[in-house]
Design a protein around this ligand. Structure first.
Ligand code: BG6
Length: 484
């Protein structure tokens, strides 16, 4: 088999989508606790689902219920992590990607001392993982920054956020360093532009004296610098640690060989790469700098920033891949949605119910491109298919569509590795059903494990193994040689 013996097979989850217990044990409110379930809005309209205003935040502060705020309840991983980890172990997981909720440690983001209950919770989770020999891969910030930092500073627009984040990161390295080797700074850092509130706490109506676009690029800059400092600290505080950066890999094709289409797709891919370029090559790409300049965007930098970016680059590149997209110069063509981005409908690809185009070959293309461009170890930290599952009369979930999606993608991974890609792991999204980031639905399911809960939180939360559970177990056991 092309895969290395110690290949990190597993799954990926995020605190804000699984933990629940949003106001338990002194946890503070995060931006995720503002997201509501919006059944009347088309699931393909990701913008309408993800736009947040100051009024909505005020309302969320007043509302203390969880029914319409699904991320507040998650799937109760906070209380059920032992049972869930045991199920992951039964599938043979070698790794679990999780994230730490910043607000469990620092409820407003500005405290000097961390909340002990938060530290204890994650220590217990890591101990439980170690019990089964499961390697944790830990993201420091996955769409759940402290709400108070959004309200007070308009999030990452303010440079002070660097210090708050670095302090939080340092506490994590000191408290969890004995359990965690693999770290990630920001989940899908490039998504600041697509959903500024969720990723960076930016609210458009608070952008006074600057535009939303300026806010986005300034916030991104602060996150790159924070990531560089966190990388430095991680290396200093945890011997042998690996700090990665993460990209949403939005592989974009030209709709035709018309040069204008090719140019648009090239620009789109370059804009996507820029975020990894900065964190792996240690500087803003020339074309990207010019692109910002042409837009009239001036990023305020401190004297030390360029040096920090240059000297503390990421050790590996982690990326999510769900779909590919297509660009066209013809505005009349039908568009479809993807992972919080639109694109022209590709006639060669089927789509999920949410409009995301299923493209396994696109994953191989992505792997080859990333290997060739960066030449650092790669890990796929998210890949999967959101679908509505049904519990049939036999009490089971026959999710052959999910198995088919994953099988096709893993086949392409094997080919890419055979072609020379240095891939050290695959953590699919998500091993257990959880709350969708973009639509806050529970019914958009990704798991090998079904969770009995509906969109409004009704259900027993019972965990049921789907057909894909048994399939993935065999895939792991055979290190990817048995896919059928
Ligand atoms: C990724 C995010 O972009 O997509 C995850 O990192 C998210 O947090 C996943 O859940 C799938 O998106 P959605 O909207 O289907 O939950």
């Amino acid at each position: 088999m092309p895969l290395r013996k110690d290949f990190l097979w597993g799954g990926a989850i995020a605190a804000n989508q699984v933990e629940g217990a949003w106001n338990v044990d002194q946890k503070g409110m995060s931006v995720a606790d503002v997201a509501t379930f919006k059944p009347t809005i088309d699931v393909k309209d990701y913008k309408a689902h993800n736009t947040v205003t100051s009024d909505m935040i005020q309302q969320a502060r007043k509302d203390l219920e969880v029914e319409w705020y699904p991320k507040r309840r998650g799937i109760d991983f906070y209380h059920r992590y032992k049972e869930d980890i045991q199920l992951f172990a039964e599938m043979g997981f070698k790794a679990l990607r999780i994230s730490i909720a910043w607000t469990r440690l620092f409820p407003t983001g500005e405290e000097t001392e961390p909340n002990v209950a938060g530290i204890d919770f994650y220590k217990n989770v890591f101990k439980e993982l170690k019990k089964y020999g499961i390697e944790p891969i830990v993201t420091l910030s996955h769409y759940e920054m402290p709400l108070a930092l959004s309200e007070k500073y308009n999030g990452w627009v303010d440079r002070k956020l660097i210090d708050f984040f670095v302090h939080y990161a340092e506490v994590c390295f000191k408290a969890f360093g004995e359990y965690v080797t693999y770290w990630l700074t920001f989940n899908e850092i490039d998504s600041v532009g697509r959903h500024p509130f969720t990723t960076a706490g930016i609210v458009e109506d608070k952008c006074i004296g600057y535009s939303l676009e300026e806010a986005v690029y300034q916030a991104l800059h602060h996150q790159y610098v924070a990531a560089a400092i966190a990388t430095k600290l991680c290396h200093e505080l945890i011997s042998g640690s690996q700090m990665g950066c993460m990209l949403t890999k939005l592989t974009t094709y030209p709709n035709t060989c018309k040069p204008e289409d090719v140019l648009l797709s090239l620009e789109s891919n370059l804009n996507n790469y820029a975020h990894a370029d900065i964190q792996i090559f240690g500087e803003y790409p020339t074309l990207y700098k010019k692109h910002l300049e042409n837009k009239g965007i001036i990023i305020t930098k401190a004297a030390e920033d360029d040096k920090l970016l240059r000297e503390h680059t990421a050790d590996y590149l982690a990326f999510s891949y769900y779909m590919s997209r297509t660009e066209s110069s013809d505005p009349s063509l039908e568009q479809t949605s993807g992972n919080t981005i639109m694109g022209v409908k590709n006639p060669y690809l089927p789509s999920t119910e949410w409009g995301w185009q299923i493209d396994p070959v696109g994953l191989k293309i992505s792997l080859l491109e990333l290997q060739d461009r960066y030449n650092v170890p790669l890990i796929i930290v998210e890949n999967g298919m959101g679908a509505k599952d049904e519990v049939t009369s036999d009490g089971k979930i026959h999710d052959s569509y999910r198995i088919s999606y994953l099988r096709q993608h893993i086949k392409e991974i094997l080919e890419a590795v055979e072609a020379g890609v240095d891939l050290f792991g695959y953590t699919s999204w998500a091993p257990i059903d959880l709350i969708s980031v973009s639509t806050s639905q529970m019914s958009k399911r990704y798991g090998y494990i079904y969770v009995d809960q509906d969109d409004l939180g009704e259900g027993t939360l019972e965990r049921i193994k789907k057909d894909s559970f048994f399939w993935y177990k065999k895939v792991i056991e055979s290190n990817g040689s048995i896919l059928d």
